[in-house]
Every structure is written in structure tokens, then in C-alpha cells.
Design a binder for this molecule. Sequence first.
Ligand code: SAM
Length: 352
Amino acid sequence: MSRASQTGRGRPTPEHAPGHVPVMLSEVIEVLAPREGAIYVDGTLGAGGYSRALLDAAECTVWAIDRDPEAIARAKVLAERYAGRLSLVEGCFGDMDRLFEARAVRPGRGVGGGVGGGVDGVAFDLGVSSLQLDRPERGFSFQRDGPLDMRMSGPEGAQGPSAADTVNHLPEGELADIIWRYGEERQSRRIAKAIVAARRVKPITRTGELAEIVRRVVRRGQTGRDPATRTFQAIRIHVNDEIGELRRGLGAAERLLAPGGSLAVVSFHSLEDREVKTFLKERSGTRAGTTRHLPEAPRSSPDPTFEPAAGPARKPTAEECAANPRARSARLRAARRTDAPAWNSTSKELSP
Ligand SMILES: C[S@@+](CC[C@H](N)C(=O)[O-])C[C@H]1O[C@@H](n2cnc3c(N)ncnc32)[C@H](O)[C@@H]1O
């Protein structure tokens, strides 16, 4: 189950902002191997767990992005603590090269940035933070009633339609597809039908209402998981275009990373992990259909841009899962950037 699972992933610790514990932190830091003078992008700042660990590990610089204005505001105290080493950028990581460019100072070496020099590491810790999930007013929670919003950018930022707009206005078939695709929910059609019947009576505006509609249709399984879990995950992924963002973010990381730079992606459900796996397979030339046993075969792909870490995705340790149940579904994929040019030429190149 994804991080949308609302079983208490974050526990307050004195080290981190209340309510969020970074997942697979030591593994991510091991991948990025922070060193003096290096430049890292934390694509998902959240409560700042990864950024802080990078900045504490070496005299390096971090560019931290979050689409949630509250995360950026909360991190100002960190930016002061690590003055000159931590830059906060509000926006989506899928746009990160454009965001950096818009600031004229791009992460990179030398005056004016120069991504031609590239960055040394990019980390994505996908999904929502406990700080977002556990606050009913953000509208992600099926356990605590709140306005049905689910936009990571918050109601103020208003990037696109909210969860309420989605459930109240999309045609039944489209709703069923979303719940099926992003929630992997077998009862998607029945749920969509129940949503449409409920909204005919009155618009669905609260998380509690949506959760009850789903619970009336789907019975609690043997796992004891709330029947609304998958539907909430699906609507959240749709509202925030999380899969599209991930695709764009991976492409942007490919463009930004310097040769030898590291990519670390922590995902929380199979849809995300599949995207990362497929991207890395493609970009490393290991996708099915390519073979090193046919060296004379005509080459249809550009040179590999990533060398993925050997073996399957890494999982959190049993100790971490016991201490932080929200880590249970985490998977870490890592790769090293080669010196081949980025494949995606649709976005403006950032070399100086
Ligand atoms: C799981 S939390 C990150 C937690 C962080 N690693 C820490 O240790 O505190 C994910 C954060 O990424 C942000 N986020 C998710 N998708 C994003 C995107 N496409 N662009 C920018 N921020 C995003 C969310 O708003 C949330 O604050």
C-alpha cells in the first residue's frame, strides 16, 4: 500500500518536524554520497529530512523543491540555519529545470549556475508527507473529516481542480477508470456508480462523505485496511497528476545530472515503482528487445544515460518498518548518470 495508507507513517521526533519521519534516509544518503562542494537537488522537500541530512553530512549545497507553499514556508528556518547552502524553490519537480532557469541562478558550478556543469545528485521521495496527510484541512484524510481538496499545492495555490471537483464533475466511466488505474481497486465501477448516485442528491464536499460512500460499497477485507484507502489514493494521484509529474521529473533529472551524478527515487506503490523501473531500463539500454548479443544490430536508441544500481529495488529494513509503519511499502531505486547526452530534447537544453 502506498503512502496514502493512513496508518501513522510519521511519528514526532525531536530531530524532524513534528509528524514526519524521512523514509529510507540512510539508504538515500548512501546513494547520494554527499561530499564537500557538491550540489544536490531534493525534489521533494517535505519536512526537510533529506535536505538536512545532506547538509549535515558534507559542506555541500542543496536546492530543495516542493509544490506545497506550506512546506516551503516551514523550511525558511532551515534555509536560515544553512544560510547560503540551502535554496528553497516552490513548484513542481517535473518543471525543475525551467524553475531553476527562471531564477537565473541555476544549480551548477560557477557564476550564474551553468547546468552544463550539472548537479551531483537528485532525490525524489514521492507522494505526500505526514504533515499533509495528517492535517484534515488539507483534505487527504479518510480518517479525519475535512474539505475534499487533496491538492498538494493547497487550496490557496489552487493548481487545477480539487478532489471535490473531480468526484462531482467527472463522468462515471472516467471516475471508474481513475479508481481502477491509480487505486488498483477491483470495485472501481461500483464505487463510481455510488459516487454518481450520491452527488445527484447533493455535492460531495467532505473527505468523510466520500469515505462513507466507498465504505457502503466495499467491505473491509481481511487486512483490516479501510475500504476507502485505494479510492483516496487514486483520486489523489489523479488530482496531482503524480504519474505525469514523475515522468517529467525523471526526464528533468536526466537533463540536470552531471556525469557520475546519482539519482535516488523512493516510491510507495507499484505504479510509481513501475514508472521508475521502466525509465531506468529504457535509459540504460536494458529494456526488453535490446540485446548486447547482437552488436551489429542497428541501434534505434541513443546512448544509455543511466547505469542503474544492480539488483532489485531496495526495501526498508525490518527495524525501520517496525519503527515507522508508513515506510513498509517504500522502494528505493538508484542509478548513476553516464556522460551521454540526455534523450529528451523536448525541454530546452540547459547547457551554458
Ligand atoms: C514524502 S514527502 C517528502 C518528505 C521528505 N523527504 C522529508 O524527509 O521530509 C513528499 C513531499 O513532496 C512534495 N511533492 C510531491 N510531489 C511533488 C512534485 N511533483 N513537485 C514538487 N513537490 C512534490 C509534497 O508536497 C511533499 O511535501
